[in-house]
Design a protein around this ligand. Structure first.
Ligand code: ADQ
Length: 726
């Protein structure tokens, strides 16, 4: 890697205008705070909006110099575009929709044009700066079109993308008018990262349903390029927060606050002002706790810290006045001359004040209705180095997946928040320490540096995978060599898989019939006495007989259970039995019931569960479950479980395509051998071939084959080249 280019809406430094003068200040927010120390440790540059218009910036050259000296490169955006892109599409459309507030979402085509324009402006700046070995890391929902725009400008670039907010389920995402453009934008990256596996799954599901791309183990192939989607839960800078407790400034601030708080216990909440954070709901729950428990009156204080945010968007303005009213009402209802139940701070606090608050809060009440991750929960637990304090966290925050020791609540259920608060205020110290110690250990290990490093490692790995695949690509030059070898040979063996290799997959196996072109091609190749053509398939023998019985080809059915040599009869290995099917069939029936769209195919000596037509995510999940269950069910039955392309197959042990292929390979002096296949069952064929054979994997994926081609269409072109002019 030459340099790292981080690209996000905002730079880590913001230029602000006060009383006609420009000032440079650190930006607030999780990404800027979290990555600021890490990015300085790399050879990197940050590209983003600086917070003011280009015109104003031009007036002050020293401001520009200051930004550049801190490796920050500003992107110029007009005020009009900022309004339409940032306040419009980002915060009125994408933000509410992706946080499951579809009723708050508004969409305007003009705003969408601005979103496109701003993404294009970013693409032009990045493309102007990037060098060939740079790694480009794009962040968040403001720039979802950017990866593709960069791919168009820099086809070979290494581009990662990370989404900091949830990626919603398909039913929500499909509501976005420009949904395909967003997905295509993201698929321009080599690696698309999310905070949780759920979001990753939602994304792949939408990619499948809206664009038709399948995925396997998070990998998607788009125009011959393999990219990956994966989960990377973001951590925080551990030392920054745990170290703050001993800091003199924090300690002084803490003493000052403690003096004001007296003996009162503290319930703390810290958020940007946002309707997704569930702030009114938690205040109402607190008020109810005070009504039900007079013992807390006068000795508990709720510190409500809210950072102003998106003040030009109506829902935020409304929320602000709702909050002001609610705080006033609760303080009025429960407060006394000497005690105010809620301390309400509507501003951003300096770091040492924030950590002082974290370190003295007895309870952190963090109850977002939806949150991509929520770093405040992590910051609170990390800052409580004494192990004390109770975290209440809603299950709809991404952080919930790593912080199971917190009191977990459903933020829409007021009664649950009330009970959680009561439980937290009564929790024995020993129990608090037990829970926090486990979480702290995890947070120390999985900190922000580890998060960024893992993302970078996976990105490098994806690029390596692309290179490996490119090296294996059957280039035009290699194809010429292959065809020449074949033409020179007077004894050639062609081992050809059928589904996925010679024809594309259809939702139902009976639908993928060979076309006239393919049949004519096979007929021509098989008619030449110098060739032996073997169709080596997982299909049952009746289907193969019906489709290819009239050709002079050899047939292998059910991965090697049945073999029909050229001009011969079907033969099988006589030790096989199908008695076990009675036992396994009911199990597969259960999976069919649980997975709409899936079905069972019964062959002579095997049972196959197909899930190509099922919901992609559910299918993958159920396939894993089925394989686990089958593995224990077949113990002692001399059976094996095979995983193919969207199929799980149970069959007698010891049967595979490689063993069948050996019947042709062994003992014959072939001057040309070629095998083509597309899935794991074909790997057995590849493995038994001599090193000089031409082994070709159709489609992308790790393989024992020497070469790789993209699709059945390429396979047919290759065979056509071989068949012609010999
Ligand atoms: P946010 O919605 O901004 O981030 P969060 O993850 O909680 O939410 O980060 C807020 C940051 O602001 C924290 O680092 C916190 O310390 C700081 N902060 C909050 N209130 C403050 C105050 N009054 N004064 C000073 N600092 C304050 C988005 C997503 C999240 C995701 C992050 C990171 O919405 O879900 O966790 O990005 O990916």
């Amino acid at each position: 890697m030459d340099r790292l280019l981080i690209v996000s809406n905002r730079l880590p430094l913001t230029v602000q205008e006060r009383k006609g003068e420009l000032h440079v200040e650190p930006s607030v927010g999780g990404l800027a705070t979290g990555l600021s120390s890490w990015y300085k440790s790399c050879n990197s540059m940050w590209i983003g909006w600086a917070g003011i218009t280009p015109k104003k910036m031009k007036r002050e050259k020293d401001i520009m110099d200051r930004l550049l000296s801190e490796n920050c490169h500003p992107v110029s955006i007009s005020q009009q575009d900022i309004d339409a892109y940032y306040n419009g599409i980002c915060n009125r459309t994408i933000w509410p929709l992706f946080h499951y507030f579809p009723l708050y979402a508004q969409y305007s085509e003009d705003d969408w044009q601005a979103y496109r324009r701003v993404n294009t402006a970013f693409a032009n700046v990045v493309a102007g700066i990037a060098r060939p070995n740079d790694v480009i890391w794009v962040h968040d929902y403001h720039l979802m079109l950017l990866p593709r725009l960069l791919r168009e400008r820099l086809p070979k670039a290494t581009v990662g993308f990370f989404l900091h907010i949830p990626f919603p389920s398909f039913e929500i995402f499909r509501l976005l008018p420009s949904r395909e453009e967003v997905l295509e934008g993201l698929l321009g990256a080599d690696l698309v990262g999310f905070h949780t596996y759920d979001y990753t799954g939602h994304f792949l599901d939408s990619v499948h349903r809206l664009l038709g791309y399948d995925s396997a183990m998070g990998q998607v192939v788009v125009s011959g390029r393999t990219l990956r989607a994966d989960a990377f839960p973001m951590g925080i800078s551990h030392e920054h927060f745990s170290g703050a407790v001993g800091d003199v400034k924090t300690q002084a601030e803490r003493r000052r606050m403690r003096k004001k708080l007296g003996d009162c216990r503290v319930v703390l909440s810290v958020d940007r002002l946002d309707y997704t954070k569930g702030i009114p709901e938690r205040l109402e729950a607190y008020s109810e706790v005070l009504s039900r428990n007079p013992k807390y009156r006068g000795n508990v204080i709720f510190v409500l810290l809210v950072v102003p945010s998106r003040t030009r968007v109506e829902h935020y303005v409304r929320l602000k006045s709702q909050l002001d009213g609610l705080v006033g009402e609760i303080n009025g209802r429960h407060g006394t001359i000497g005690w105010m139940p809620i301390w309400y701070l509507y501003r951003s606090l300096p770091f040492h004040s924030l950590t002082a608050l974290y370190s003295l809060a007895d309870v952190a009440l963090i109850t977002p209705l939806r949150d991509g991750m929520n770093l405040v929960a992590k910051e609170y637990v990390t800052t409580r180095t004494d192990g004390k304090g109770v975290l209440i966290l809603s299950e709809t925050a991404g952080a919930a997946q790593e912080m199971g020791e917190a009191i977990m609540i459903n933020a829409s259920n007021q009664e649950e928040i009330i009970r959680a608060l009561e439980q937290a205020l009564e929790m024995p110290e020993q129990e608090q320490v037990r829970r926090n110690t486990i979480m702290q250990k995890r947070l120390r290990r999985y900190n922000v540096v580890r998060w960024a490093d893992e993302f970078m490692d996976r990105l490098a790995h994806t690029k390596k995978l692309q290179r490996d695949l490119a090296e294996k690509a059957l280039t035009a030059e290699m194809q010429r060599r292959l065809v020449n070898d074949f033409r020179d040979s007077d004894k050639s063996l062609l081992l050809l898989d059928y589904d996925g290799t010679l024809v594309s997959f259809s939702p139902r196996p009976e639908e993928s019939r060979p076309g006239a072109r393919l049949k004519g091609l096979l007929k021509k190749l098989a008619a030449d006495p110098r060739n032996e053509v073997v169709l080596i398939s997982g299909r049952d023998k009746r289907t193969l007989e019906r489709r290819f019985g009239s050709l002079k080809v050899a047939l292998v059915a059910e991965h090697g259970v049945w073999v029909r040599k050229k001009g011969g009869q079907w033969e099988t290995i006589d030790i096989l039995s199908g008695d076990w099917k009675e036992q396994i069939h009911p199990m597969l029936d259960l999976w069919v019931d649980r997975t709409p769209g899936s079905f069972i195919e019964e062959k002579d000596f095997s049972l196959v569960w197909h899930y190509r037509k099922a919901d992609a995510r559910l299918g993958e999940l159920r396939a894993r479950e089925l394989i686990n269950s089958l593995t224990s069910a077949i113990a002692g039955l001399n059976l094996q479980v095979l995983e193919g392309s969207k199929v799980v197959e149970v069959k007698n042990a010891g049967i595979n395509k490689g063993r069948a292929a050996l019947q042709w390979i062994a003992g014959v002096d072939w001057s040309f051998i070629m095998a083509m296949g597309d899935d794991t069952t074909d790997e057995d064929t590849f493995r038994v071939l001599p090193a000089t054979a031409w082994s070709i994997r159709v489609g992308v994926g790790a393989s024992a084959a020497r070469f790789n081609i993209s699709s059945p269409g390429d396979a047919i072109s290759l065979l056509t080249g071989m068949a012609s002019g010999r």
